[in-house]
Design a protein around this ligand. Structure first.
Ligand SMILES: Nc1ncnc2c1ncn2[C@@H]1O[C@H](COP(=O)(O)OP(=O)(O)OP(=O)(O)O)[C@@H](O)[C@H]1O
Length: 302
């Protein structure tokens, strides 16, 4: 459904996206996953034909860049900052966006009822958008993006800053839409959302570092991960440990990615003992998406 080859975009000296290629298959939920500033928005905007790449090409639903307008008709796009009208009600916003697609009022009303039932906003039709919670605003933005019944939906960080419960609800809606046949490309900085995608492309500093299903990315991960609880919360306590490949710190536990699992437990124990820090537990765990991403990201010296 989406094919991008060698996409590159620089802003002055800053290469926001450098030579990115990816393919999103029909029926997929494809996650573009990476931290703030990684290049997700720039890449999505090139894919949607909203900015012109310096190099590279996109085809959407078989239409090359020159005919991208044809593909746009069957594509929904929810930008990072979706412009809802705060002084219009939920229903008035939907009518406004539906009329942009030249849909008649009867069609908009019928589709609104269907989509509002899915997005859980049916009882808020008359509420002003300004008076919705953050999560509900995102659901309304999604509803507006769906009113044209796109076959493919592109969402740029739709759950950024939304509370965890609302994020879960939002993803349930995406799953339901996908089950009904919609192809979804979604960007996110959240690793728990990466786990929910059928395919994931990790993006870091404008480059794709890996593409695959969450299970294959974890299966192909070449290192072992040890979860350590220790009598300190110093995020830098393991800096300099030789077997250490990468590390993530979660407040009360460390995830140490190591290149020599046989030596890991004694080496970690000796390291902490040397610093007079108690090792409360140390066990091998399955790698998380975050472990994989951190290890693939450009290395900074630990
Ligand atoms: N219009 C622009 N002019 C100048 N620099 C830009 C512009 N748009 C993006 N950039 C820069 O390109 C890089 C990638 O930004 P982009 O917004 O694509 O990343 P992102 O992964 O979507 O992050 P975020 O979630 O923070 O928006 C950043 O360094 C950003 O400052």
């Amino acid at each position: 459904m989406i094919k991008a080859v060698g996409l590159t975009k620089a802003f002055g000296q800053n290469v926001a996206v450098g030579g990115v290629g990816l393919q999103v298959a029909k029926g997929s939920i494809f996650g573009l996953v990476g931290p703030d500033g990684a290049g997700k928005t720039t890449l999505i905007r090139m894919i949607c034909g909203l900015i012109t790449p310096d190099q590279g090409e996109v085809s959407l639903m078989g239409h090359p860049a020159a005919e991208i307008e044809k593909a746009r008709k069957s594509m929904g796009y929810m930008p990072q900052r979706f412009s809802l009208y705060g002084d219009l009600t939920v229903m008035e916003n939907i009518i406004f966006f539906g009329s942009l697609y030249k849909l008649g009022r009867a069609t908009i009303n019928q589709r609104a009822d269907e989509i509002l039932a899915v997005t859980g906003l049916a009882s808020f039709k008359k509420r002003f958008a300004d008076n919705l919670s953050g999560g509900m605003k995102q659901k309304l933005a999604l509803t507006c993006s769906l009113v044209a019944r796109p076959g493919m939906l592109v969402l740029d960080e739709p759950t950024y800053g939304v509370d965890p419960e609302s994020r879960k609800e939002f993803w349930k809606i995406l799953y339901r839409l996908n089950k009904e046949g919609m192809t979804i490309l979604v960007s996110t900085p959240y690793m728990d959302e990466a786990e929910l995608c059928k395919q994931v492309a990790f993006i870091d500093k404008g480059k794709i570092t890996a593409i695959g299903s969450p299970s294959s990315l974890k299966k192909d991960f070449g290192f072992k991960v040890f979860e350590v609880r220790a009598g300190t919360r110093d995020p830098e306590i393991f800096n300099g440990l030789q077997i250490l490949q990468d590390m993530s710190f979660y407040g009360d536990k460390y995830h140490l990615v190591v290149n020599d699992p046989a030596a890991a437990v004694p080496a970690i124990g000796a390291w902490l003992a040397d610093k007079n820090v108690e090792m409360m537990s140390c066990k091998e765990v399955a790698p998380s998406m975050e472990d994989v991403f951190v290890s693939l990201a450009e290395k900074e010296v630990l």
